[in-house]
Write a protein that binds this ligand. Structure first.
Ligand code: GLU
Length: 317
C-alpha cells in the first residue's frame, strides 16, 4: 500500500521540498525461488536512492503470481512479480480470472528474465516423461502460484487430469524438496528462473531427474498462446541432470496497477535501468537478459511511468 506520511510541519523550515514518503511493497514467491531474491535486489537498489526519492521498498514472500496479481487488484501490493501467462489472463479476464476476477488495471513495468517449467522427479520414481505421471504422487503447487496455472494447461495438453495421479498435492513450491526427500511425492512442477535454490536443494540431497516437457502437444500450445516460448534448462545447473532439458517457458514480469502513481513506477523502472549491469550480476538467472529483452514478453500494457523511464534510456521511441 502507498502510505503517505504527512511531513508538512517539517517542510516550512527546510529549503529543499520534502515529499511525502512512499512505502512500496513487491510481492514475490517462495524464499528459495527466484522471484524473492529478484524482489530483494530491486528493493536494495531503490532503497539506495531513498534520500533523493523518499521511497522505501520492501519485499514480501508470497505463494506466487496469482496471489501477487490478486493482491495488486485488492490495492494491498504496489508491485509484484508475475508470470507473463498469469498476467495476460488476469488482464484479459480469462480462465480463473473470468468475470469479476479480471484485473484490467494490471500494468507491466519490466519483463525481467525467462522462466522454464521444471518437472523435478526422484530417480527412483521411474518417471521418464510427462505421460509416466499417471498413478504418481505429484505436487502441482498452490492455487496462488503461476506454476499451478501453467501446470494445469500442460497436463491438459498431455490429456492428463489431476484424478489420473495417485496424489495431486497443492502445497507451495518451497515444500517440494523436503516432500521429495521424505518420499511423500514422486515429483513436483516449478515454473522458475534457473538455476534456483529450491531445485539445487533437491539435486544436492537426492538423485533427481528433470523431465523433458516437449512434443507436438507443447508445440501446439506455443503456437496457440502468445506468452509461451520454448527453451532448455541448462545441463550445467543441477547435479544429476547433466543434459539440457527442453521445456516450455514464460517471462517473469514486474507488474503493478494503473492506480500506482507514474512517479513511483518511473523511479523503480529507472533505478533498474540505471543499474542494469550491476543488477545482471546479482543472479545467474539473469545471465541472458539485455536491456532490450526487458521489453520482450510484457504481455499486458506498460505503465506510463515505466514507458517514461524506457524512453529516457533510449530503449523506446
Ligand atoms: N513462477 C512461480 C509462480 O508464480 C514463482 C517462481 C519464483 O518464485 O521464482 O508460481
Amino acid at each position: 500500500m502507498n502510505r503517505k506520511i504527512a511531513t508538512l510541519a517539517l517542510v516550512s523550515t527546510l529549503s529543499v521540498p520534502l515529499f511525502a514518503a512512499e512505502f512500496i511493497t513487491i510481492g514475490t514467491g517462495g524464499v528459495t525461488g527466484t522471484y524473492y531474491p529478484t524482489g530483494g535486489a530491486i528493493c536494495q537498489m531503490v532503497n539506495k536512492n531513498k534520500k533523493e526519492t523518499n521511497m522505501r521498498c520492501s519485499v514480501e514472500s508470497t505463494g506466487g503470481s496469482v496471489y501477487n496479481v490478486n493482491t495488486i487488484k485488492a490495492g494491498e501490493l504496489d508491485f509484484g512479480i508475475s508470470q507473463s501467462d498469469t498476467a495476460y489472463q488476469a488482464f484479459k479476464g480469462e480462465g480463473k480470472f473470468a468475470g469479476a476476477a479480471a484485473v484490467p488495471e494490471l500494468r507491466s513495468a519490466i519483463a525481467i528474465y525467462p522462466e522454464l517449467l521444471a518437472l523435478v522427479v526422484s530417480q527412483k520414481s521411474g518417471i521418464k516423461n510427462v505421460s509416466d505421471l499417471k498413478g504418481k504422487k505429484i505436487n502441482l503447487d498452490s492455487p496462488g502460484s503461476g506454476t499451478r496455472m501453467t501446470t494445469d494447461v500442460v497436463l491438459e495438453a498431455f490429456g492428463l487430469k489431476a484424478s489420473d495421479l495417485a496424489l495431486a498435492n497443492e502445497l507451495k513450491s518451497s515444500e517440494g524438496p523436503t516432500m521429495l526427500q521424505d518420499n511423500h511425492i514422486d515429483g513436483y512442477f516449478y515454473m522458475v528462473g534457473h538455476p534456483t535454490a529450491n531445485i539445487k536443494d533437491s539435486a544436492n540431497s537426492l538423485d533427481i531427474n528433470l523431465i523433458p516437457i516437449e512434443g507436438a502437444n507443447i508445440d501446439a500450445l506455443i503456437k496457440k498462446y502468445p506468452y509461451f516460448a520454448k527453451g532448455t534448462i541448462s545441463g550445467t545447473f543441477y547435479k544429476g541432470a547433466p543434459n539440457d532439458t527442453p521445456s516450455i517457458g514464460v517471462k517473469a514480469v514486474l507488474v503493478t496497477s494503473s492506480k500506482v502513481k507514474d512517479e513511483v513506477v518511473y523511479q523503480v523502472t529507472k533505478t533498474i535501468l540505471d543499474n542494469f549491469d550491476k543488477f545482471k550480476e546479482l543472479h545467474p538467472a539473469y545471465k541472458t537478459i539485455t536491456k532490450e529483452s526487458l521489453l520482450d514478453g510484457l504481455s499486458v500494457p506498460q505503465h506510463p511511468g515505466a514507458i517514461k523511464a524506457f524512453k529516457e534510456a533510449g530503449l523506446l521511441k
